[in-house]
Design a protein around this ligand. Structure first.
Ligand code: ZN
Length: 142
């Protein structure tokens, strides 16, 4: 039996290369406090939603967790740019205080690309930004 929601959030000093993680069995989320305190509010929020997405969807799949998080995040009117930066700035986080990052791997690059695509679709379909109309019709209609 897995948790249905986040049961507890614990702030910890180090999580290796990760800004946050969650245990889907008990719903306990661990947050790297050094990282957390140095981020803009909206990026923090996206990452917490991503962890919640793992629990709510009961999945270890990063894309599914991002997808769930994005729907929650965007529907509350938060910045689409920060939804992208939440991934760009925090995947492969090593030591934010010292400004150390390593290159993104293939899955991480794909997560960033998917996030950009989610944002463009949302911007056009929900927010009515006509700048993405041609791009959308070219790629998503027959
Ligand atoms: Zn994840």
């Amino acid at each position: 039996m897995n948790a249905k929601d986040i049961s507890k959030v614990k702030f910890v000093g180090s999580l290796g290369s990760s800004p946050a993680s969650v245990n889907r069995v008990n719903g306990v989320m661990l947050v790297n406090k050094n990282w957390f305190n140095s981020l803009p509010k909206e990026q923090r929020y996206f990452i917490l939603l991503h962890e919640k997405g793992h629990v709510v969807c009961n999945t270890s799949n990063e894309f599914k967790a991002d997808d769930w998080a994005f729907k929650e995040y965007a529907s509350q009117g938060y910045s689409l740019k920060d939804a992208i930066l939440a991934l760009v700035n925090n995947l492969k986080f090593i030591d934010r205080k010292r400004g150390k990052y390593s290159a993104l791997g293939k899955e991480q690059k794909n997560r960033v690309l998917m996030q950009i695509i989610r944002c463009k679709i949302y911007d056009y379909k929900i927010l009515g930004n006509e700048n993405y109309k041609d791009w959308y019709n070219k790629n998503f209609t027959n």
